[in-house]
Design a protein around this ligand. Structure first.
Ligand code: AMP
Length: 293
């Protein structure tokens, strides 16, 4: 099978059975498979993952599935942006061969009863504020890994805790897929691209920049030699509240492997923020490395 050109529209596959047929043909030809799981409403962040997959693997599969099990009862599942036609257009220029977009009924048929729970690293931060979220994420990612059986799967650093939880799952369950974590793609003014940015009014869009300002301040302070993590967290909070962002779930400096909050910075840490801008909850993070490290 010839590789697709940059200008082909990807093939839309809606069922697991149809996916298996295409994958079997690829496997017979020993093609390496790169996989980019998404919830759609695609932007350049997602496309950067596709690009990484294209650079490394013979063929690329993207999935588009707004996964109900990772949304809590008060989350935005109902209003999450869905526009498959636009997503397919965007992917058309990206070199993805297959877009797998299953239905919720296919993924979770009546009687469905199996979930994957990763302990510890899934518990603080997002795990605390969105109980059950990572259980939904790991469950759907494992199901998608089983369906696609990729050689390499691509995730964004934007969802930092998610990358740690998925890595833990892969290690603990002896999955053979390799993970690649790609840098966060930002707007020119620093705002991390997110499908949820579409919810922001112009004024909220402006206010949301404080998240990047707070992370940049943390990076600058650590670069300048600050080591007291609690006071850096407080400075991040101050930046947010001064901009009018008062619903802050966390503004934390944490160990980059375990996500436990640190007191004194003595090596690389990760600064993480989750806050509501209007009714839109945004998350972002930045890895900080002390100068002398
Ligand atoms: P989502 O559709 O939000 O579930 O995201 C699908 C994948 O895209 C996840 O691995 C995200 O971490 C990644 N992603 C989302 N936003 C960005 C971004 N701004 N830069 C890089 N990757 C991103």
């Amino acid at each position: 099978m010839a590789s697709k050109s940059q200008f082909d529209r990807p093939e839309l596959v809606r069922s697991a059975g149809a996916l298996q047929q295409v994958l079997a043909a690829w496997r017979a030809q020993h093609k390496s498979i790169g996989f980019v799981p998404t919830m759609g409403a695609l932007h350049d962040g997602h496309l950067s993952l596709v690009k990484a997959s294209r650079a490394e693997c013979d063929v690329a599969v993207a999935s588009i599935f707004v996964n109900p099990t990772q949304f809590g009862p008060r989350d935005d599942f109902g209003k999450y942006p869905r526009n498959l036609a636009r997503d397919l257009d965007l992917l058309g220029g990206s070199g993805v061969e297959i877009v797998f977009a299953p239905s919720a009924e296919d993924m979770y048929p009546p009687g469905y009863a199996t979930y994957v729970d990763v302990s510890h690293v899934s518990e603080p931060l997002e795990g605390h504020f969105r109980p059950g979220h990572f259980r939904g994420v790991t469950t759907v990612v494992l199901k998608l890994f089983n369906l696609v059986q990729p050689d390499v799967a691509y995730f964004g650093q934007k969802d930092y805790q998610q990358t740690l939880v998925i890595r833990r799952m892969c290690d603990d369950l002896n999955l053979r897929v390799q993970l690649r974590i790609c840098p966060t793609v930002r707007e020119p003014d620093g705002l991390a691209l997110s499908s949820r940015n579409a919810y922001l009014s112009a004024a909220e869009r402006q206010r949301s920049l404080a998240i990047w300002r707070a992370l940049s301040l943390a990076r600058q302070l650590v670069g300048d030699g600050a080591r007291d993590a609690r006071s850096i967290s407080q400075r991040m909070r101050d930046v947010l509240t001064t901009a009018g962002i008062t619903e802050i779930d966390y503004a934390a400096i944490a160990n980059p492997d375990t996500l436990t909050e640190v007191d004194t910075i003595s090596g690389p840490v990760v600064a993480l923020i989750a806050a509501k801008v209007g009714s839109t909850r945004l998350i972002d993070n930045e890895i900080l490395t002390p100068a002398a490290y």
